[in-house]
Design a protein around this ligand. Structure first.
Ligand SMILES: *[C@@H]1O[C@H](CO)[C@@H](O)[C@H](O)[C@H]1NC(C)=O
Ligand SMILES: *[C@@H]1O[C@H](CO)[C@@H](O)[C@H](O)[C@H]1NC(C)=O
Ligand SMILES: *[C@@H]1O[C@H](CO)[C@@H](O)[C@H](O)[C@H]1NC(C)=O
Ligand SMILES: *[C@@H]1O[C@H](CO)[C@@H](O)[C@H](O)[C@H]1NC(C)=O
Length: 455
């Protein structure tokens, strides 16, 4: 399995420094015209080399990163991220694009560490998201950290939220940014509450397990209970993250899978309904949508009423920018076959037009846009922070996630699942989360653009 994680090659590093210079540091930058001529010269020579000296089969492999570099440079010179909508697009072949870190070195959950677990195919790491009308720049640790200097970036939500939070930490750690673990769950197999610090930029990144955002007991706290056995309070936020809310500058919320699985809902001590409980009266089934709206509204109202955080690792007394709240849309799973090995067996993304989001997926996306719109309206209109309020944005990842049936651990959520003559009956197959590294890194490429863009 060696070689699956490659260090950045020189070409990549070049690209990183060009795209990250947007973050503000122009100190040692070559003047733009000189730079452009250098790029042209480099590209011409490289093209010549590719066209005359390599066998036809490898031409695409060589050309793709080259075009990516040219494209990144062009994007840097021509248009800002302001003009871009990253929602619609397609996955294009880009060898090595997602080979940016070693999951073991940034402590990803074992079940998402596909390479360590022996997944033999690594082609799922060779794709990048190409939005319909623009270019999505690669993740740049420097650009990201500049955009959130002095801030506490908190992820609040379910296991997809954790998947994205771990991806962000890995993208930063994998780029060699000095870091320390501020705290981590006492149980090394749990990843429900943790915080990393990146002291050079006074940035902290944390995750808060809260699969309903709201206060919940049952399965949410005790994994051995049945899937629908959740007791959720629609009048209170989950206590753990809400206690720290004032100290959060960027909050990325992500829930969706758990409300679909089922729960019993309360207002104070009164039961107000349920979803997914056959043993309870069908008239009391209030579905998943309305409770989700209530939860988003409660969270957004909480996060819009106080501004600024206590900051990164130090926390200072200087005035703070208004908080940014980002809601990530649903990232659906891919379940196809009905045996362990055929549940999510694909090795490549879907091609354009091959797969559309389901009605349910789009309903959940619409719900997020609706709540964000109404929060902005309550907040004083537009997307502009009003009266010390927060900026609220949608991180719309549904389409790009739908197109990546190949990015899940599947059986490789277990270490070497075929080691003893084939998968064992007790094993399961994860077709919901993404391998790390993997397609979820793209969520953070888009988050980076959201945070770098001023509204
Ligand atoms: C990832 O890092 C671990 C620990 O440093 C190392 O043992 C492993 O070989 C690395 N994996 C790859 C694919 O480089
Ligand atoms: C981006 O495109 C999607 C899909 O076409 C659309 O629903 C959404 O409103 C657009 N977002 C913005 C900010 O224009
Ligand atoms: C979790 O639920 C199981 C099954 O009901 C129960 O036996 C166990 O005591 C619970 N664990 C905790 C920590 O509450
Ligand atoms: C909970 O009850 C209070 C008081 O009756 C009411 O104002 C509120 O709207 C209820 N909340 C929900 C989510 O039903």
């Amino acid at each position: 399995m060696g070689g699956a994680h490659e260090p950045l090659h020189p070409h990549k590093q070049m690209k990183t420094s060009s795209s990250s210079s947007k973050g503000g540091n122009h100190g040692y930058f070559v003047p733009r015209p000189v730079c452009a001529w250098l790029v042209c010269g480099f590209v011409a020579l490289a093209l010549l080399h590719v066209l005359c000296c390599t066998p036809p089969g490898t031409q695409e492999a060589v050309l793709s990163p080259l075009l990516q570099y040219v494209d990144d440079t062009y994007n840097f010179v021509s248009s800002g991220p302001e003009s871009c909508n990253y929602t619609e697009g397609r996955w294009v072949y880009a060898p090595g694009h997602a080979r940016r870190y070693n999951g073991t070195e940034c402590h990803v959950k074992d079940s998402h560490n596909c390479i360590r677990n022996g997944r033999p195919d690594t082609g799922y790491l060779d794709w990048r998201w190409q939005p319909a009308g623009c270019r999505l720049p690669s993740f740049s640790a420097r650009a990201f950290l500049s955009a959130v200097r002095g801030k506490h970036v908190a992820f609040v939500g379910d296991s997809m939220s954790r998947n994205q939070a771990q991806s962000l930490v890995c993208l930063l750690v994998g780029a060699g940014v000095p870091h320390r673990v501020v705290y981590r769950d006492a149980d090394p197999h749990k990843f429900n509450l943790w915080r990393y610090a990146f002291p050079a930029h006074d940035v902290t990144v944390s995750f808060y397990w809260a699969p309903f955002i709201a206060r919940a007991t049952g399965k949410a706290l005790n994994d051995s209970l049945p899937q629908n056995m959740n007791h959720v309070h629609l009048d209170a936020l989950d206590d753990r993250w809400a206690a720290d809310a004032d100290g959060m500058d960027v909050v990325v919320l992500s829930i969706a899978h758990w409300p679909l699985n089922g729960a019993i809902y309360y207002n104070g001590s009164a039961r107000i309904g349920h979803h997914g409980h056959q043993e309870l009266s069908p008239e009391e089934d209030i579905g998943y949508a309305w409770p989700m709206k209530v939860k988003y509204r409660m969270a957004l109202d909480r996060l819009m009423t106080s501004s600024g955080g206590s900051g990164g690792s130090g926390g200072g007394s200087r005035a703070r920018a208004p908080r940014t709240v980002v809601i990530a849309t649903f990232s659906p799973g891919h379940f196809e076959g009905n045996t362990l090995t055929t549940l999510c067996p694909r090795k490549e993304p879907y091609k354009e037009g091959e797969k559309e989001p389901r009605h349910l997926d789009m309903e959940l996306v619409g719900l997020v846009y609706d709540e964000v719109e109404s929060a902005r309206a309550r907040n004083g209109g537009g997307g502009e922070a009003g009266g010390g309020g927060a900026r609220v944005e949608v991180l719309d990842v549904t389409k790009l996630a739908v197109m990546r049936p190949d990015g899940h651990p599947g059986l490789y959520m277990h270490r070497d699942p075929f080691a003893h003559g084939g998968p064992q009956p007790w094993m399961s197959s994860d077709c919901v989360h993404f391998c790390l590294p993997g397609p979820v890194d793209t969520f953070n490429e888009i988050l980076q653009q959201i945070l770098r863009t001023k509204r």
